[in-house]
Design a protein around this ligand. Sequence first.
Ligand SMILES: Nc1ncnc2c1ncn2[C@@H]1O[C@H](COP(=O)(O)OP(=O)(O)OP(=O)(O)O)[C@@H](O)[C@H]1O
Ligand SMILES: [Mg+2]
Length: 224
Amino acid sequence: MLRAAGLTKTVVSGDAPLTILDGVTFDIAPGDSVAIVGASGSGKTTLLGLLAGLDQPSEGEVWVDGQALSGLDEDARAAMRQRLLGFVFQSFQLLPALTALENVMLPLELAGADDATAKAREWLTRVGLAKRTTHYPKQLSGGEQQRVAIARAFAGDPKLLMADEPTGNLDGATGAEIAELMFRLNHEHGTTLVLVTHDTALASRCTRRLSLAAGRLVADEATH
Ligand SMILES: Nc1ncnc2c1ncn2[C@@H]1O[C@H](COP(=O)(O)OP(=O)(O)OP(=O)(O)O)[C@@H](O)[C@H]1O
Ligand SMILES: [Mg+2]
């Protein structure tokens, strides 16, 4: 489903180049649930950006569903994301001019769903936001915005769901509900999960754990 080979990311900050990811290689099979863990600054978000094709590696290659991302231009990568991928990032990236409902509807409409409104309402209800559909992002709390982003990521029934700290800004009970939704998708639809998390309870529910330290993959373990 997802393969990374020799992924390296070097950035120039100040006058010295800085390697923030260094030769990261792994394979994720369809239906896997994978936690990416590591200290703050170890390169988790950078790695997720490369896997989603939002950023390009300095060296190495990513294959999503058998397709090498380096062979795709920006438009083709966007089309790939729309077809296969749901993602929730640390910055929620909701569109500020759209209501919660419209934010969730947008990818459904782009995919040509004829029941976009009903599906978007259903997902907002599942994340506990049935009463917030007409709110704009700035009228929502951080955790509520995160839940809208999660509803939007889930609504398209993606084959691959990538999330950066999906429960990070949520209280324990809400975070547990979001985790429940993700693992239900994993079990019932075979959705492959790739979750960056500091939450050990969430990580322990995944079948695999990839550990990063200072940009290197230091462990790749089956957890059950
Ligand atoms: N565009 C950039 N330019 C320079 N340095 C960067 C850039 N992007 C990331 N970094 C650095 O690369 C390192 C890895 O960043 P990254 O955001 O991937 O860490 P992380 O593991 O997600 O951390 P956190 O748990 O705090 O979210 C950090 O030291 C960060 O300062
Ligand atoms: Mg991060």
